[in-house]
Design a protein around this ligand. Structure first.
Ligand code: IMP
Length: 207
Protein backbone atom coordinates (compact mmCIF):
# COMPACT_ATOMS: atom_id res chain seq x y z
CA UNK A 1 0.00 0.00 0.00
CA UNK A 2 1.62 3.25 -1.10
CA UNK A 3 0.62 5.27 1.97
CA UNK A 4 2.67 2.96 4.24
CA UNK A 5 5.79 4.38 2.64
CA UNK A 6 7.64 7.19 4.36
CA UNK A 7 10.14 9.43 2.64
CA UNK A 8 12.29 11.05 5.31
CA UNK A 9 13.62 14.42 4.17
CA UNK A 10 17.21 14.12 5.33
CA UNK A 11 20.62 13.29 3.98
CA UNK A 12 21.67 12.00 7.40
CA UNK A 13 22.03 8.19 7.43
CA UNK A 14 21.89 8.10 11.26
CA UNK A 15 18.46 9.74 11.30
CA UNK A 16 17.14 7.29 8.70
CA UNK A 17 18.45 4.38 10.81
CA UNK A 18 16.76 5.78 13.92
CA UNK A 19 13.39 6.37 12.26
CA UNK A 20 13.54 2.87 10.71
CA UNK A 21 14.11 1.25 14.10
CA UNK A 22 11.26 3.23 15.72
CA UNK A 23 8.67 2.92 12.94
CA UNK A 24 9.48 -0.57 11.62
CA UNK A 25 7.00 -2.37 13.87
CA UNK A 26 4.16 -0.19 12.55
CA UNK A 27 4.74 -1.64 9.07
CA UNK A 28 6.19 1.43 7.39
CA UNK A 29 8.83 1.29 4.72
CA UNK A 30 11.29 4.16 5.18
CA UNK A 31 13.24 5.72 2.34
CA UNK A 32 15.82 8.50 2.40
CA UNK A 33 15.71 11.31 -0.18
CA UNK A 34 18.62 9.68 -1.98
CA UNK A 35 16.83 6.33 -2.13
CA UNK A 36 13.71 7.99 -3.51
CA UNK A 37 15.79 9.96 -6.05
CA UNK A 38 14.69 13.36 -4.70
CA UNK A 39 17.04 16.30 -5.03
CA UNK A 40 15.90 19.73 -3.97
CA UNK A 41 17.16 22.86 -2.27
CA UNK A 42 15.45 23.64 1.00
CA UNK A 43 15.42 27.18 2.39
CA UNK A 44 14.97 26.82 6.14
CA UNK A 45 13.73 30.29 6.99
CA UNK A 46 11.13 29.51 9.64
CA UNK A 47 11.27 31.04 13.12
CA UNK A 48 10.55 27.85 15.08
CA UNK A 49 11.66 24.22 14.91
CA UNK A 50 8.13 23.21 13.85
CA UNK A 51 8.00 25.79 11.05
CA UNK A 52 11.35 24.61 9.72
CA UNK A 53 10.32 20.94 9.84
CA UNK A 54 7.13 21.83 7.93
CA UNK A 55 9.08 23.84 5.35
CA UNK A 56 11.37 20.83 4.71
CA UNK A 57 8.49 18.33 4.50
CA UNK A 58 6.38 20.58 2.22
CA UNK A 59 9.32 21.30 -0.11
CA UNK A 60 10.09 17.61 -0.58
CA UNK A 61 6.37 16.71 -0.84
CA UNK A 62 6.19 19.14 -3.78
CA UNK A 63 8.70 17.08 -5.80
CA UNK A 64 7.19 14.71 -8.37
CA UNK A 65 9.27 11.76 -7.04
CA UNK A 66 7.54 12.13 -3.65
CA UNK A 67 4.02 11.46 -4.97
CA UNK A 68 2.19 8.84 -2.91
CA UNK A 69 4.63 8.99 0.03
CA UNK A 70 4.19 10.24 3.53
CA UNK A 71 6.92 12.89 3.55
CA UNK A 72 8.48 13.44 6.94
CA UNK A 73 11.13 15.91 8.10
CA UNK A 74 12.64 16.95 11.39
CA UNK A 75 14.31 20.02 12.77
CA UNK A 76 16.23 20.02 15.99
CA UNK A 77 18.64 21.97 18.09
CA UNK A 78 19.95 22.98 21.48
CA UNK A 79 18.42 25.72 23.64
CA UNK A 80 20.62 27.08 26.46
CA UNK A 81 18.60 29.08 28.99
CA UNK A 82 21.50 31.25 30.22
CA UNK A 83 22.11 32.27 26.57
CA UNK A 84 18.50 33.32 26.00
CA UNK A 85 17.73 30.09 24.13
CA UNK A 86 20.76 30.21 21.81
CA UNK A 87 21.81 28.53 19.58
CA UNK A 88 18.20 27.32 19.09
CA UNK A 89 17.06 27.04 15.48
CA UNK A 90 20.55 28.17 14.44
CA UNK A 91 22.25 25.18 16.13
CA UNK A 92 23.71 23.73 12.94
CA UNK A 93 24.84 27.20 11.75
CA UNK A 94 26.17 28.43 15.14
CA UNK A 95 29.65 29.99 14.59
CA UNK A 96 29.44 28.75 10.97
CA UNK A 97 28.10 25.55 9.43
CA UNK A 98 31.59 24.07 8.89
CA UNK A 99 33.05 25.00 12.28
CA UNK A 100 33.98 21.84 14.22
CA UNK A 101 31.73 21.01 17.16
CA UNK A 102 34.77 20.96 19.44
CA UNK A 103 34.99 24.73 18.78
CA UNK A 104 31.21 25.36 19.10
CA UNK A 105 31.08 23.36 22.33
CA UNK A 106 34.11 25.15 23.79
CA UNK A 107 32.52 28.52 23.00
CA UNK A 108 29.24 27.61 24.72
CA UNK A 109 31.15 26.41 27.79
CA UNK A 110 33.19 29.62 27.74
CA UNK A 111 30.05 31.79 27.55
CA UNK A 112 28.74 29.99 30.62
CA UNK A 113 31.83 30.67 32.71
CA UNK A 114 30.76 31.58 36.24
CA UNK A 115 27.17 30.35 35.69
CA UNK A 116 26.27 27.99 38.57
CA UNK A 117 24.95 24.44 38.03
CA UNK A 118 21.28 25.29 38.61
CA UNK A 119 21.38 28.01 35.92
CA UNK A 120 23.10 25.84 33.28
CA UNK A 121 19.78 24.32 32.19
CA UNK A 122 19.36 23.45 28.52
CA UNK A 123 17.32 21.21 26.29
CA UNK A 124 17.49 19.47 22.98
CA UNK A 125 14.30 20.11 20.99
CA UNK A 126 13.02 18.11 18.04
CA UNK A 127 10.04 18.90 15.85
CA UNK A 128 8.79 16.44 13.26
CA UNK A 129 6.41 17.28 10.45
CA UNK A 130 4.63 14.93 8.07
CA UNK A 131 2.79 15.78 4.87
CA UNK A 132 0.46 12.90 3.98
CA UNK A 133 -0.55 11.84 0.47
CA UNK A 134 -4.03 13.31 1.10
CA UNK A 135 -2.43 16.69 1.88
CA UNK A 136 -3.03 16.55 5.62
CA UNK A 137 -0.16 17.79 7.80
CA UNK A 138 0.85 16.38 11.19
CA UNK A 139 3.44 17.79 13.60
CA UNK A 140 4.97 16.63 16.87
CA UNK A 141 7.56 18.19 19.18
CA UNK A 142 9.54 16.78 22.09
CA UNK A 143 12.44 17.76 24.33
CA UNK A 144 15.07 16.25 26.58
CA UNK A 145 16.08 18.43 29.52
CA UNK A 146 19.66 18.62 30.74
CA UNK A 147 22.49 20.93 31.74
CA UNK A 148 25.55 22.27 30.00
CA UNK A 149 28.72 20.71 31.42
CA UNK A 150 32.09 22.33 32.06
CA UNK A 151 33.84 20.65 29.15
CA UNK A 152 33.32 17.84 26.65
CA UNK A 153 32.79 14.27 27.87
CA UNK A 154 32.07 11.15 25.82
CA UNK A 155 32.74 9.96 22.27
CA UNK A 156 29.32 8.77 21.13
CA UNK A 157 26.63 10.82 19.45
CA UNK A 158 27.36 14.00 17.52
CA UNK A 159 27.08 17.79 17.66
CA UNK A 160 26.48 19.17 21.13
CA UNK A 161 26.19 15.73 22.81
CA UNK A 162 29.59 15.95 24.62
CA UNK A 163 28.51 19.04 26.63
CA UNK A 164 24.86 18.00 27.21
CA UNK A 165 24.72 16.46 30.67
CA UNK A 166 21.65 14.46 31.72
CA UNK A 167 21.46 14.56 35.55
CA UNK A 168 19.27 11.40 35.82
CA UNK A 169 21.99 9.36 34.10
CA UNK A 170 25.00 11.21 35.51
CA UNK A 171 26.34 11.26 31.95
CA UNK A 172 26.39 13.39 28.84
CA UNK A 173 24.40 12.15 25.84
CA UNK A 174 27.80 11.43 24.26
CA UNK A 175 28.43 8.91 27.07
CA UNK A 176 25.18 7.01 26.40
CA UNK A 177 24.92 4.17 23.90
CA UNK A 178 22.87 4.83 20.76
CA UNK A 179 20.04 2.66 22.14
CA UNK A 180 20.05 4.44 25.52
CA UNK A 181 20.00 7.84 23.83
CA UNK A 182 17.16 6.89 21.44
CA UNK A 183 15.05 5.86 24.46
CA UNK A 184 15.21 9.30 26.04
CA UNK A 185 16.14 11.68 23.25
CA UNK A 186 14.07 14.53 21.86
CA UNK A 187 14.13 12.85 18.42
CA UNK A 188 13.18 9.40 19.74
CA UNK A 189 10.27 10.89 21.70
CA UNK A 190 9.06 13.07 18.80
CA UNK A 191 9.22 10.07 16.44
CA UNK A 192 7.21 7.89 18.80
CA UNK A 193 4.62 10.69 19.09
CA UNK A 194 4.49 10.87 15.29
CA UNK A 195 3.94 7.12 15.12
CA UNK A 196 0.87 7.61 17.36
CA UNK A 197 -0.36 10.52 15.22
CA UNK A 198 -0.05 8.41 12.06
CA UNK A 199 -1.95 5.53 13.68
CA UNK A 200 -4.71 7.92 14.77
CA UNK A 201 -4.94 9.39 11.27
CA UNK A 202 -5.14 5.91 9.76
CA UNK A 203 -7.89 4.78 12.12
CA UNK A 204 -9.86 8.05 11.58
CA UNK A 205 -9.77 7.40 7.85
CA UNK A 206 -11.03 3.83 8.29
CA UNK A 207 -14.14 4.91 10.18
P1 IMP B 1 19.13 19.48 12.12
O1 IMP B 1 17.90 19.13 12.84
O2 IMP B 1 19.67 18.34 11.30
O3 IMP B 1 19.03 20.78 11.37
O4 IMP B 1 20.27 19.67 13.20
C1 IMP B 1 20.32 20.72 14.07
C2 IMP B 1 21.59 20.77 14.88
O5 IMP B 1 21.21 20.67 16.25
C3 IMP B 1 22.59 19.66 14.67
O6 IMP B 1 23.51 19.98 13.69
C4 IMP B 1 23.27 19.62 16.02
O7 IMP B 1 24.19 20.65 16.11
C5 IMP B 1 22.16 19.96 16.96
N1 IMP B 1 21.54 18.74 17.51
C6 IMP B 1 20.29 18.29 17.25
N2 IMP B 1 20.06 17.14 17.89
C7 IMP B 1 21.19 16.85 18.55
C8 IMP B 1 21.58 15.75 19.35
O8 IMP B 1 20.85 14.78 19.60
N3 IMP B 1 22.83 15.79 19.84
C9 IMP B 1 23.70 16.80 19.59
N4 IMP B 1 23.39 17.83 18.83
C10 IMP B 1 22.14 17.87 18.31
Amino acid sequence: MSDKKILFATGNAGKVREIRSILADAGYEILSMKEAGVQTDIVEDGSTFTENALIKARTVAGCPEAAGYIVMADDSGLEVDALGGEPGIYSARYLGEDTPYSVKNAEIVRRLEGVPDEKRTARFVCAIAAVLPDGEELTTRAVIEGRIGYGEAGDNGFGYDPIFYVPEYGKTTAQLSEEEKNEISHRGKALRLMKEELKRHESDRCQ
